[in-house]
Design a protein. Sequence first.
Length: 291
Amino acid sequence: MLAHETNLASISAKDARLTANVIATMMAGWRSGSRRRAIEGGPGALASEVSDLLEQAIAAHGGRDLWANANEVAVRVSSGGLAFAAKLQGSAVRDVEARVSTRAQQVVFSPYPQPGQRGVLRPDGSVRIETDAGGLVQVRTGARAAFGDLRHKLWWDKLDILYFGAYAIWTYVSTPFVFVQEGYEVRELEPWEENHERWRRLAVTFPEGVHTHSREQVFYFDGDGVLRRHDYTAEPLGSLAKAAHYCFEHRVFDGMLVPTRRRVFPRRRNNRHRSRPLLVWIEVKHAAVRR
């Protein structure tokens, strides 16, 4: 039980009122439409229909139009934890702006790994470090395949952290908006009870070619459609790196609902989490939707 962690109730009263008003407005629009809508141009859940839960979740986090009209989402983020420290990169991501494209799987970290430089994840899965002027410092193609060797079991370099961190933040920022796109397979699982709450769950199979933790992931949403938990296997860390990833202290930035505090714990076989060790922590200071 995460007694020390809270959900929306833990944010300031002003933020809580703003969040509630935004969700209420979005939910009113969602309820006025069909409970299930066909996915345009691609396979979907429940016999080619989007489940009502997915529509509710998209509405709660900002709505389809917000994502469709945005070019990128920028988040000011810091991260760490045992998973990074074990690879000798415990302080690699501190006060970094991550610019996440909504048009392709491209992410830019700046400054990274040092002032005057930036890290880039490209849609083809390559990563590169550039100067702020665009000069190439270092590049790695096929970054995912590199994780299979002995060196990666012992330590990671700055390009490894860049690949892992950039695809992870892309996944977190784009959830749940991209789940209606072509190639995503979505189905609703049985509800899950935790901390005396009942969360509905979506199992999502990501398309081949999308860089993320694993193709099979599960997302947990509360009664308002707000993301509370996210399960996956962090494959670059190994097949046993099964994670229960919790989201807290949601805030609204430019109409988009964003968890500003994330904590990742090991996941047991019974689907419960272990309270320690803390594998990864993530803090978001600010976010902006750029059109």
